[in-house]
Design a protein around this ligand. Structure first.
Ligand SMILES: [Zn+2]
Ligand SMILES: [Zn+2]
Length: 574
């Protein structure tokens, strides 16, 4: 990528460029400019929606990072935590900037390493990444900036807020967080460290907006564990629950429930098992040797002696739960008397896949608590509700707040909530992906600009990279809905006439038995139409093909027309 270096305006000590995750959910990424230093915060992936068929994931643009690199001011990528919406596209970034140092807590880097390894199985030319583990207590000096990670509670171990202290100003990114007073796993948020920081005078806080609109506080993991226990009590057969694979606190809750029910804990799912192994090795998850069984070991016990945590709560394509539910798993099938609890919310876009799983498990005989059922508290969010937001802000007391991590609805609600909490409008900033913010704390000046235009997100499709908004995506979408028809016309340009039969190829347009007949019939009709006109062009041919198919099928099918003009030599030979 070649770009003109574009150093941030030095009249502004603090700059923020929102690249992803503001005004959209997922692929979180922001650039913070402080004096002569620039930092990247997170580089996440977004899962494709139903209108993005065949897309593996959506990544933020690497261009803002590359521009800073070329200006010689890019210091590092700083990771707040290991969720995919924060680390899922790091591989894309490292392919553009292979030498960029990446800092994060050990568990975040363990998840990143596993992710990069998976990507390398389909080699995409990534060399050994420069991953550097940090700890909560040790600040780093990068350029003129001091960088620190502060402990918060979330739904994954080692979640952090990241603090940037520079002569230009102090900026903090909250990361994803909630304020759990008594987490089941790990420690509570480091309120003292946040308070000390607050006393130093924070200029700007980027604040997790996801659940600001929800009243009160998030429920505790201990409450969830109690409800899981109640719902699994008296299960005649296998007791099972499914949760996010990185939610180790939930795995620990399952261990406690298993113990209380006199059952053995089994963890099933390749990614989940590997994650649990890593976490035990890092001392993050207090599971003793032999405390968890493999699925083979578990299946040798009577079913009423086992509590299984099984991966695949989002209906993921290759997950253990999906295999079990579709009857393709050689080791497990649900039976009458089994009970399965969904201990996870459904990520928007996965609803249909999850409902399908729920139904299949029920058909096998399991009693299922589906994720959309209300009542029992089988899951709780990892994102702060209103009172937790107020608490975090009372520690940090930033001069300006920038709500991040959400669709326009979340960001707007966060602004309203902050207003209700006494934050004047001039202190609550409003930014969307693709926009830039500049602050001058000394002069109390703020400027928002989108002059550079948004850097488009990147669609990752196997080895291809498309820009968001790529027209081919619409064609793919339409083709998926109606099928595709392609017509090839051999044309003699000199003589101005057809030099052979029209060939029509359709895929997914007609029922199998009707296809050949329909193709032949429409081809002949097109030939008559072409011969009658004596001239044609690809667009006219495409529209005529579409009209004819529509007459027959009643739908607007995705059509492609190609005219192959014979060369002089070729037409002489004919
Ligand atoms: Zn997130
Ligand atoms: Zn998260």
């Amino acid at each position: 990528v070649t770009l003109a270096p574009e150093p941030p305006d030095s009249r502004w000590p603090i700059g923020v460029e929102a690249v992803g995750g503001l005004g959209e959910m997922g692929h979180h990424h922001a650039v913070v400019d402080l004096g002569e230093d620039s930092f990247l915060l997170d580089f996440g992936a977004r899962f494709p929606g139903a209108d993005e068929p065949g897309v593996d994931f959506i990544a933020p643009s690497v261009l803002p990072a590359v521009r800073r690199h070329q200006a010689g001011r890019l210091r590092a990528l700083l990771l707040t935590h290991g969720h995919r919406d924060h680390i899922g596209a790091v591989g894309e970034l490292l392919r553009a900037l292979p030498e960029l140092p990446v800092y994060g807590l050990p568990w975040t880097l363990a998840l990143l390493r596993a992710q990069l390894r998976r990507e390398e199985e389909a080699p995409r030319g990534l060399r050994a990444p420069d991953l550097r583990a940090v700890s909560w207590d040790t600040p780093l000096e990068l350029g003129a900036t001091r960088v620190r990670w502060l402990r918060v509670t979330h739904s994954i171990p080692q979640a952090s807020s990241v603090v940037l202290e520079s002569p230009a100003g102090i900026v903090i990114h909250s990361g994803d967080f909630r304020v759990q007073r008594e987490p089941l796993l790990g420690q509570a948020s480091d309120a003292d460290a946040f308070r000390t920081l607050g006393e130093r005078g924070v200029d700007l806080a980027l604040l997790d907006s996801t659940n600001a609109a929800l009243p009160g506080r998030t429920a505790g993991e201990r409450d969830v564990a109690r409800h899981l226990h109640e719902r699994l009590l008296g299960t005649p057969g296998l007791a099972a629950l499914t949760c996010f694979s990185t939610h180790l606190e939930r795995v620990l809750a399952a261990r406690d429930v298993a113990e209380a029910l006199g059952r053995r804990l089994c963890v099933y799912g390749a990614g989940l098992e590997a994650g649990v192994d890593d976490a035990v090795a890092l001392g993050l998850l207090p599971l003793k040797d032999g405390e968890r069984l493999s699925v083979e070991e578990a299946m040798e016990l009577p079913r009423d002696r086992v509590l299984m945590v099984i991966a695949g709560s989002q209906g993921e394509f290759r997950s253990a739960l999906r295999r079990v539910a579709s009857g393709e798993d050689g080791r497990l099938r649900f039976r009458d008397g089994d009970r399965l609890l969904w201990s996870a919310r459904t990520v928007p876009g996965n609803e249909r896949a999850v409902a399908d799983l729920v139904n299949r498990c029920i058909e096998q005989g399991a009693e299922v608590a589906a994720p959309w059922e209300r009542g029992a508290l089988l899951h709780c969010s990892g994102h702060a509700h209103r009172e937790e937001i107020a608490e975090w802000l009372s520690w940090v007391r930033p001069r300006w707040v920038l709500p991040v991590h959400g669709e326009p609805w979340h960001l707007r609600r966060n602004r309203t909530v902050l207003g209700e909490l006494g934050w004047g409008e001039e202190r609550v900033l409003d930014l969307r992906s693709g926009q830039r913010l500049r602050l001058d704390p000394a002069a109390a000046r703020v400027e928002r600009s989108s002059a550079e235009g948004p850097s488009p997100a990147v669609l990752v499709l196997g080895r291809q990279r498309w820009e968001a908004g790529e027209a081919a995506l619409k064609r793919r979408r339409d083709g998926g809905r109606t099928g595709v028809a392609t017509v090839l016309l051999p044309w003699d340009a000199r003589a101005g006439r057809r030099r052979g039969s029209v060939e029509l190829i359709t895929a997914g347009v007609f029922a199998d038995a009707a296809r050949a007949g329909a193709e032949a019939e429409i081809s002949r009709a097109l030939e008559t139409w072409i011969d009658g006109r004596g001239k044609t062009d690809e667009e006219a041919l495409r529209l005529e093909l579409r009209r004819r198919i529509r007459e027959r099928t009643g739908s607007k099918v995705q059509c492609v027309a190609r005219i192959s003009a014979a060369s002089v030599v070729e037409s002489d030979m004919l």
